[in-house]
Ligand binder design. Sequence first.
Ligand SMILES: Nc1ncnc2c1ncn2[C@@H]1O[C@H](COP(=O)(O)OP(=O)(O)OP(=O)(O)O)[C@@H](O)[C@H]1O
Ligand SMILES: [Mg+2]
Length: 595
Amino acid sequence: MKLYLRLLSFIKPHKSILFLSIFFLVFAALFDSASLSVLVPLSDNVLGQHQIVINRELPAFLTHLINRINQVPALTMLYFVSITMLILFLFKSIFIFCRTYFVTKLSQLVVRDIRNALYRKVQAFSLDYFTETAIGSLVSRITYDVQIIKGTISVGLTDMVYQLLMFIFLNIIVFYINWKGALLVICILTIVVYPVIRVGKMIKKISTQVQNKMAGLNNRLFETISGIKIVKAFSQENAEIKKVAEQNFSFYKSIMKMQKRVIALGPFVEMIGACGGILVLFFGGQEVISGRMSLGVFIFFMSALMSLIRPCRRLSEVHSINQQGLAAAKRIFEILDAPIKVMEKKDAIELPLLKKNICFENINFAYKDKLVIKDLNLEIKKGEAIALVGASGSGKTTLVNLVARFYDPTKGAIKIDGFNLKDIQIKSLRQQIGIVSQDLFLFNDSVRNNIAYSRQDADISEVINAAKIALADEFIRNLPQGYDTYIGDMGMKLSGGQKQRLSIARAVLNNPPILILDEATSQLDAESTMIVQKALDTLMINRTAIVIAHRLSTVKKANKIIVLDKGRIVETGTHNQLLKAAGIYKKLFDLEFMV
Ligand SMILES: Nc1ncnc2c1ncn2[C@@H]1O[C@H](COP(=O)(O)OP(=O)(O)OP(=O)(O)O)[C@@H](O)[C@H]1O
Ligand SMILES: [Mg+2]
């Protein structure tokens, strides 16, 4: 119920559409049920050519109306009934069109809002969330699960109201005409309530499984398509096809298991309802034979009763649709409610331009319970270039991630000019930092837009300038469409060195005072290494730089080399000092730089 109310809160901003939907819903239901009443004069006065007889007291205006109708000649009545029917059906159609239009509009608006809210939340998460959550399943929730919610609102919520109204209006009619018969049918129909609720619960459970399976399938698709090169390199195409086919089959099985129950509910309710109807036919027929009720009234009564079965049937189906929606809503709210680890304070201040230093004070950092940075103290002065070296897994990338506040330290504080990173606006921090990360990521867009990613409005001269600093201008000009060339998914159409220089150009577009370079050089040949190196050298002039270095020249030029081992600083000094000390740096140096 709580879930349902929360789902309804998404409708709140669209109150006027909801109001219009309900308005047309009520009128469509009214005309839908009222259109049955023309059956009375049609069968009695026109076809049967006798008077309307009803075996109960009616309000004066109705008695008066019936008396008037009874006096009209058959042919005139036929004419009159036809016109009335035409008008009634016309109005009914108009109202049903308006109802469906506004209901569809409402559900699409809600779906749009939920998607936006989800994506806003996804963008707000800090990086830890994405290491714990598979991307494919996240995308699946934003697309597939939200689509299910749409069904719940368009069919579930509104059909529930519409059919409930129909149920009430039709009930009024049948009770008015013959309450005994009506009661009988209603009693029989209540038999179905229990199984409908039971099946509904089952459907909710299976629906969760179905949504999970869709998420799993999406994950596999996402991974194997974006990693297609590896799939092919290891000749796993057939194995992947088989795995996807298996997951697809499992999804199909679950959804059929659910649909079987959804589909069975309707006919089941209808069957029970029909039994009631037949009983009424039996007793009501006797009333007609004895003359206490005219044929027309009886037909009206029977058709109202039979029409009553449809709302009951729909209500049972709607119940199962709602259960699926609730299962999806639960998964969606899980995302909306997930805590954001790196949060900006409400009163966060804007970070002024770097003047003095970046300080690490007693930093500890753990991924979950795995301590990766231990009691780390470090000062980086403005204008200094620091080289971070250390074995793979020693915590270099983690350390620079803390500077950009992708994560918060578990203990201690990082301060820029004395401002704790936790107290400043994240945007103002990241604007001062240019990052070239280890896992180069480029968008499937033009060269120009990739470089100008941080400022889409940057003019072309700025983009070219950044490219020149990164020594990328020349190769970009040689591309088929120059700066407007599309580079493919993750820059597939570029070489490793070109991708790296593009990432460097992107990082320097805004001329950031702080540079973080997580070098990934293993993929580069000697010549591109040299070019990238040259680019980096010009880049670091007049900037504060933290470089995770794999290149001898970078390390040599650094003002200070920090050697990390298992999350601790074990050595600090210049290249020559550290070589002389003959410690870990010397070992790493001999190994990595192969001197
Ligand atoms: N998102 C994460 N969740 C959990 N553990 C992580 C995560 N990222 C890194 N680690 C672990 O933290 C440790 C430090 O990783 P980090 O990426 O900082 O190493 P690195 O020094 O940059 O190594 P490399 O030179 O190979 O890039 C490693 O043991 C790694 O397994
Ligand atoms: Mg790393």
